[in-house]
Design a protein. Structure first.
Ligand code: G3P
Ligand code: CA
Length: 306
């Protein structure tokens, strides 16, 4: 009911096809307005006209994929009060230590200050399946073609915990029709090996994005990345410090989707996020942007295209 209300209130955008113009990726949903990785945040991002919606995914103790940015539950749920005795020695509460039934009893909460008010919500932690079913259901009911952009979070850590990600993840992709080169999906990861495995061992042809946080990428490195990914997801700073990166990535056949554009976290060199976005669209010529504020990025993207 809440989701329906959001969609009716905001109005579904007109036909929204995957464009050749830069794509707007809803980072953790419409996380600038609602607690990240909730169905409400995903539905709002959809209604705002995102091209792709991002769930970060981790596994529960019983192997389910849930939408959560961290391997920990404590930054965005009430796990500490609900399960006070379940922290590890480091004081953190790991999703991998909880069953889905237990996680279903938690309340998802806003991570950041000065966004959605904390303590005034009853959001839940969705499963990856629920996220997919929401987006595919909306695609069917609206006639739009919006994609998903899942990030496998720390696959090597999960493997050490006895919860390897790749095969179980691909089983879900198969079930929901995201295995082909032209499927409405990008699969992202900070680790190269899982991206290689998806294609080479598990037969998934869907486009992959290799994420990076820092450092300079040589032409040799870009050439190597192009063997296991169709694009890169660098931090914005990597492009700011190496503006030729986008062109060099393009020369290697790689798309470039930098992260993360936020109204409330703008680098001091820009007066506002609109100016920052304009620079990335018009000057750096990126192929897409991750943003917590889909409505703003979409407006700037559309203006830049006209
Ligand atoms: O996936 C792109 C961007 O989301 C990576 O950063 O930490 O927000 O997942 P993070
Ligand atoms: Ca992410």
């Amino acid at each position: 009911m809440r989701i329906t209300g959001i969609l009716l209130g905001m109005g579904i955008m007109a036909t929204n096809v995957i464009a050749e113009s830069p794509v707007v990726i809803a980072h953790r949903g419409a996380s600038g307005y609602l607690p990240e990785h909730t169905l409400e945040a995903y539905a709002t991002a959809y209604a705002m006209g995102a091209d792709y919606i991002e769930p970060d995914v981790v596994r529960t103790k019983d192997g389910h994929f849930i939408c959560l940015h961290d391997i920990h539950l404590d930054a965005t749920t009430n796990v500490e009060t609900a399960f006070p005795d379940r922290a590890r020695e480091d004081g953190r509460y790991y999703a991998a230590d909880f069953s889905l039934a237990e996680i279903n009893t938690l309340r998802a909460e806003e991570r950041l200050n000065n966004r959605f008010p904390k303590g005034h919500s009853s959001f839940e932690v969705p499963t990856f399946r629920e996220m997919i079913e929401l987006v595919q259901g909306l695609n069917e009911s609206t006639g739009n073609r919006i994609g998903i952009y899942p990030e496998l979070k720390q696959p090597s850590w999960h493997a050490k915990e006895g919860l390897p990600m790749e095969e179980a993840f691909v089983a879900i992709l198969k079930e929901y029709g995201y295995m082909d080169r032209d499927s409405l999906i990008y699969i992202q990861c900070f680790e190269a090996e899982p991206l290689q495995k998806l294609r080479d061992e598990l037969g998934c042809r869907a486009p992959r994005i290799f994420l990076m946080g820092a450092g300079k990428l040589s032409d040799e490195k870009l050439h190597e990345i192009a063997r296991y990914a169709e694009g890169i997801g660098p931090s914005k700073q990597m492009i700011e410090s190496d503006p030729g990166l986008v062109e060099r990535a393009h020369q290697n056949g790689l798309r470039v989707h930098p992260y993360t554009f936020r109204v409330d976290q703008v680098p001091s060199k820009y007066p506002d996020v609109e100016a920052e976005l304009r620079t990335f669209f018009r000057v750096y010529r990126v192929d897409g942007v991750f943003t917590d504020f889909v409505d703003v990025a979409k407006r700037v993207r559309d203006e830049a295209e006209n």
